[in-house]
Write a protein of this length. Structure first.
Length: 187
């Protein structure tokens, strides 16, 4: 098991072939994927996602990092978090998705903080961004709770399920990150 980051309650690890089955319940839920450019996913979609994440991991100049969020006490996969390199000079973009049965338990906050630690400490990125639909209030709360700064809104910049969506843009700089950020993440 390749644990990448962890705290007292969860750990992030690399994707394994069998993870498609854990992704299926939340990636196929219309409410869960409402703000995503993909989904609802079929089992074949989930298998493809896992295969692609594993192939991306083997790239010499890896630009995509997909990690599974595992609750330590139960061993349950509660979601996944992802980071994509947007600029090889040090800019990444993070995103997360949590199983709908586990919403409101703090997993998105904790996992995103662990991912930011990975971005700034392991990958030595200069800047990390995240976007959210202005209607996705829980996601916005997570980004603000972890200390990301709202930079503004991109108007109708993303085509989601046949409609153009506005995106709020949040960011954090490496100099704004410190270990205290990670330790202060409580559900």
């Amino acid at each position: 098991m390749d644990v990448v980051e962890e705290n007292d309650r969860i750990y992030l690890r690399e994707v394994l072939p069998e993870d498609w089955a854990a992704f299926q319940p939340y990636s196929s839920n219309e409410e869960t994927v409402k703000y995503q450019p993909w989904g609802p996913n079929t089992p074949d979609d989930c298998k493809f996602f896992v295969r692609q994440a594993m192939l991306d991991r083997m790239q010499r100049h890896r630009g995509r990092f997909v990690f599974v969020i595992v609750e330590k006490s139960s061993g349950a996969v509660v979601g996944n978090v992802e980071m994509n390199i947007r600029d090889w000079d040090g800019v990444g973009e993070v995103g997360f998705i949590i199983h709908q049965d586990r919403w409101g338990e703090g997993f998105a906050t904790e996992a995103t903080l662990l991912m930011l630690n990975y971005c700034f400490v392991t990958c030595e990125l200069h800047r990390v961004v995240a976007t959210s639909s202005p209607q996705n209030l829980p996601s916005i709360r997570v980004l603000e709770k972890i200390g990301m700064i709202k930079e503004g809104m991109l108007r109708k910049d993303l085509l989601i399920k046949g409609e153009w969506r506005d995106s709020l843009v949040y960011s954090m700089l490496r100099e704004e990150w410190n270990e205290e950020n990670k330790q202060n993440a409580k559900p």
